[in-house]
Design a protein around this ligand. Structure first.
Ligand SMILES: Nc1ncnc2c1ncn2[C@@H]1O[C@H](COP(=O)(O)OP(=O)(O)OP(=O)(O)O)[C@@H](O)[C@H]1O
Ligand SMILES: [Mg+2]
Length: 150
């Protein structure tokens, strides 16, 4: 099998997603691939968006979903660099996480999407979270589902 050149990983900042980021970083590091870290966030409704415009610039990014997504993706990028990945990029994307992962894989020529089996909100009785479930049905490339339930 040809080595992966472009690895895409999703994180919601949860400890289980961090296990997926670690696996993705080890995979990317071993094959000298680029790693793109994706954090999707729920876009604000129009009314909240207007109120946000009035918040002072220096705190705005902290309280927005988008700013928090940037932080989570950035944190995962730092971890990936520590694990030896040279080319790491962060993407925070509004909207559905599975669609964001697939969109970024299409944009960046991703050849594998890495996700955890469970994130932070799922009920324990379900084996697979909604994100790996949807990604596995629609991905344009390979999918690695890291078992985060031990
Ligand atoms: N907002 C997100 N952005 C990017 N990737 C995500 C996001 N949320 C989850 N993921 C990816 O999907 C994996 C599984 O999380 P998922 O959200 O599917 O499970 P869950 O939270 O347990 O269940 P559900 O959200 O379906 O109730 C995570 O480990 C992560 O890799
Ligand atoms: Mg979730």
């Amino acid at each position: 099998m040809a080595p992966y050149r472009n690895v895409v990983v999703g994180t919601d900042g949860s400890p289980t997603a961090t296990a997926a980021v670690t696996a993705a970083a080890e995979l990317a590091s071993a094959s000298g691939a680029r790693l793109t870290v994706v954090t999707a966030f729920a876009p604000h409704p129009a009314q909240t968006a207007r109120a946000m415009e009035e918040a002072p610039e220096e705190i705005k990014w902290r309280i927005t979903e988008s700013g928090q997504a940037d932080e989570k993706a950035g944190e995962a990028c730092r971890l990936a660099r520590e694990l030896g990945v040279k080319d790491v990029r962060a993407r925070s994307e509004p909207g559905d996480p599975a669609e964001a992962l697939i969109g970024v894989a299409e944009d960046t020529g991703g050849d594998v999407i890495v996700v955890g089996s469970k994130g932070m909100t799922g009920a324990a009785r379900f084996v697979l979270g909604s994100v790996p479930n949807k990604v596995s049905h629609h991905a344009p490339c390979d999918v690695l589902i890291v078992n985060t339930v031990h």
